[in-house]
Each structure stands twice: as structure tokens, then as C-alpha cells.
Design a protein. Sequence first.
Length: 165
Amino acid sequence: MSGRLGKRLPLGQLVAVLADEASFEQVTTGVRGALDYFQRTERDGSAAHIAAERLGEALADPSRQLYVLEDPAKGPVGMLDLALNAPTPGEATLALLVLDQRRRGQGIGREIVETLFAALAAAGFERVRLGVAPGETQAAHFWSAVGMWPCGEDRGVKLFERPLR
């Protein structure tokens, strides 16, 4: 079985810090910066509610690693949520990658993905998967542009995958 990633993961200009029970404020800040995304995809648009739900789910599931993406000079600017060895051993599912609206379009997302995928491969993972919610055409384009391959659809969610080795 493939390993876990570290508690601090350098991802280009940002550092991903593994969330724990004391990370509620940082997770809430990450949600607040990307509230446009969450308002399109979640039932409850409250940043605190979304943060509590995401953090609680991640802490309850041993396969999950929820990271707060931090700019060393500016604090939290996004979130990264991974399910490791899911759906099968050796695979990672990228459940969420969001950046603060003010940080998008600057190449940071691509930088995060490239360094994340290298870290996953180094930890022994063979494949990464993700889903894109209906209507998120910019996200689908982004994932295709960074080398993810469309591999199907499930209840309107576009599925993508990519081998890491």
C-alpha cells in the first residue's frame, strides 16, 4: 500500500499544512477565499458550516488528508483535500483543490498540481483521480490542461484520471 504525505508539503509558492482539530479558523479562511466555488457546489453557502463539514469529514476518515494551502507571507489562500489509497490501494483521489479568487489565473494551480503529483508518485501512488461538478467548465479545462484524462461520467460529474508512474 502507498504511504501518506507529510504534515507540511511544499507546493511551489505555497505550503500545504495538514489540517487537524485546531485548524478550523484556517480552513474557514480557505473556504471564505473560494466562496464563489462553494456557493455554486454546496447546499449551504456559510463558510463556517462548509469548513466544519469538510474538516469533520476529513478527520473522521483515515484515508483523507485535508490541507490548508498557505502563502508564507499572507496566510491561508486555499484548500487541498485528498483521499489516499482510494478508491483502491495505490490510487489517490483529489477531492478538492480551491484557491482564493484573488490568486487564480497566476499559474499557482498548475504549480500546485505538478508538485503534488510528484509528491504522490514519490510516496508510491500510481494513479490520481478526480471529479468535476456539473457546470464547472473552467475546472474541466484546467484539469485537461494539466494532463488529466477524461475517463467517464457519474451522475453528471466528469471523471478524470492520470497515471503517476
